[in-house]
Design a protein around this ligand. Structure first.
Ligand code: GLU
Length: 497
């Protein structure tokens, strides 16, 4: 495969206009994987020329989000590199120079049309059912005249002069050839009236100057791909390989996710914003694994990958351009699998912040004991608190209705608790080896079901109906506390009898 031989230079070029979403994370990931796989370079470039949509916190969130996934880069605004600056606002004059070059060559022109005129033109085109496009009024203005108008203080933009005849064909590595008729390509604005270059110019200049070999980006750029091809050709530059990724669809496969739906998702413990997954209790390993498989596959059955395994397995020719529906059930599955792959020490360290956030002071020694008994049951890290918070609380305050087991009265359950107390009290320790056999003997003696007796005990000791394995839990809690909790349960049951 070509990418195995030649180290690539690829970039992730986000616009800091909002939060980093899953699609952006995935674009960054694929670029990173290709760079790693080929021993190439991965570059972070901040495309911040859109002053109106600029969000100050966005760059930090992008960097933090990518680092959380385990992605790093060799060149970028934060790490430097030989092909900088890596922030487009540091290059206004440079883009301007390239725009002037296109004007000199006759591949771009100054346009003085007012926004009112453009709005009228658009309306008229809509009425005639034409696709919206610039009608070319300023396209053939003599350059001398245009320069005079600029000197006189007229406002203007710079437009690319798209050929109006023939067709343009561009090859996408995943999608094959894309051909359009040139008359359908608009004379796009490449420099706005505020003097800032637009993406179409700035990104092409940057990709050229940064020697980008492969542009891997979102499918929203397919419509303007022919324009980009023409701009590059006008400069006489080498064209990068193009890869346009698949679109993300809503979980039901119908359309793109809206902002409102994102808020709804958050209530269910999901999100489309990358850094939300940290507090929702997902592992970066799982999120990486999950987004990698939204638009790429290794074969028809291998699903679990670490980042290093992805580097080895990745290839551009296995990218799938078909739209991919976001599947959160799959994410949960991956998260569980990756949680079970963690060492006990690692799991203990990762759940700790969730206890802290819940106001529980969980000491490391206890967490190391608890981690192995919750590891099998967890889907997300935050569940450690609901599963195992009782280990750290002074009192568990069980509810009478939880203590009372199916088919039994409160009085009978109180009796079970008292008898359990009597059995456990005599033992030197309580746990799986000493404790469980004696309690099983009690179950037999009482002629009850294990679920009934252990049900009372579980709720008494943990305060909840669902818990990690009972005897392992009791061993960690310690005999004294276990007995005190059973005693309390007896009181609750008696007062409800
Ligand atoms: N700034 C563009 C965006 O955020 C980058 C697209 C590209 O990768 O070229 O969509």
């Amino acid at each position: 495969m070509m990418e195995k031989i030649k180290p690539v230079r690829v970039r992730f070029a986000p616009s800091p206009t909002g939060r980093l979403h899953l699609g952006g994370g995935r674009t960054a990931l694929y670029n990173y994987l290709l760079a790693k796989k080929t021993g190439g370079m991965f570059i972070l470039r901040i495309e911040d020329t859109d002053q109106k949509r600029y969000v100050a916190s966005a760059e930090k969130e992008i960097i933090d989000g990518l680092h959380w996934l385990g992605i790093d880069w060799q060149e970028g605004p934060d790490v430097g590199g030989d092909y900088g600056p890596y922030r487009q606002t540091d290059k206004k004059a440079l883009y301007r120079q390239y725009a002037e070059q296109l004007i000199e060559q006759g591949d771009a022109y100054y346009c003085f049309c007012s926004s009112e005129r453009l709005a009228e033109m658009k309306q008229a085109q809509q009425k005639r059912k034409e696709f919206p496009h610039y009608d070319g009024r300023c396209r053939d203005l003599p350059l001398e005249e245009a320069r005079k108008r600029i000197e006189a203080g007229e406002k203007y933009v710079i437009r690319f002069k798209t050929p109006k005849e023939g067709t343009t064909t561009v090859r996408d590595l995943v999608r094959g050839e894309i051909t359009v008729e040139n008359r359908t390509i608009d004379d796009y604005i490449i420099v706005k009236s505020d003097g800032w270059a637009l993406y179409h110019l700035a990104a092409m200049v940057d990709d050229h100057m940064m020697k980008i070999s492969h542009v891997i980006r979102g499918s929203e750029w397919i419509p303007t791909l022919p324009l980009h091809h023409l701009i590059i050709r006008a400069f006489g530059w080498d064209e990068p390989e193009w890869v346009h990724l698949s679109l993300f669809l809503k979980p039901d496969g119908k359309g793109k996710l809206s902002k409102r739906e994102s808020a709804e998702l958050m209530k269910d413990g999901y999100s489309i914003f990358l850094t939300d997954f940290i507090e929702l209790g997902y592992l970066p390993e799982a999120v990486t694994n999950w987004i990698a498989l939204m638009g790429w596959s290794y074969d028809d059955h291998t699903e679990i990958f670490t980042l290093d395994e992805l580097v080895n397995a990745f290839s551009v020719d296995h990218l799938n351009p078909a739209p991919a529906a976001i599947n959160f059930t799959k994410l949960d599955h991956f998260n569980g699998v990756h949680i079970r792959r963690l060492t006990i020490e690692d799991l203990a360290a990762r759940v700790k912040p969730f206890f802290e956030k819940a106001g529980i002071d969980a000491d490391d020694a206890a967490l190391l004991k608890i981690a192995p008994i919750i590891q099998e049951r967890m889907v997300t890290l935050d569940e450690a608190v609901s599963l195992a918070g009782f280990f750290f609380r002074d009192e568990v305050n069980p509810k009478a209705e939880d203590l009372i087991q199916k088919g039994l009265t409160a009085g009978q359950c109180a009796e079970i608790a008292e008898k359990s107390y009597a059995v456990l009290e005599k033992l030197p320790a309580i746990g799986v080896e000493v404790g469980e056999p004696e309690m099983r003997a009690l179950v037999a003696e009482l002629g009850l079901k294990p679920a009934q007796v252990f049900g009372v005990l579980r709720v008494a000791v943990t305060g909840q109906r669902v818990s990690p394995p009972l005897f392992e839990s009791m061993e960690i809690i310690g005999k004294e506390t276990v007995l005190a909790r059973i005693k309390k349960a007896v009181e609750i049951l008696r007062s409800n009898a």
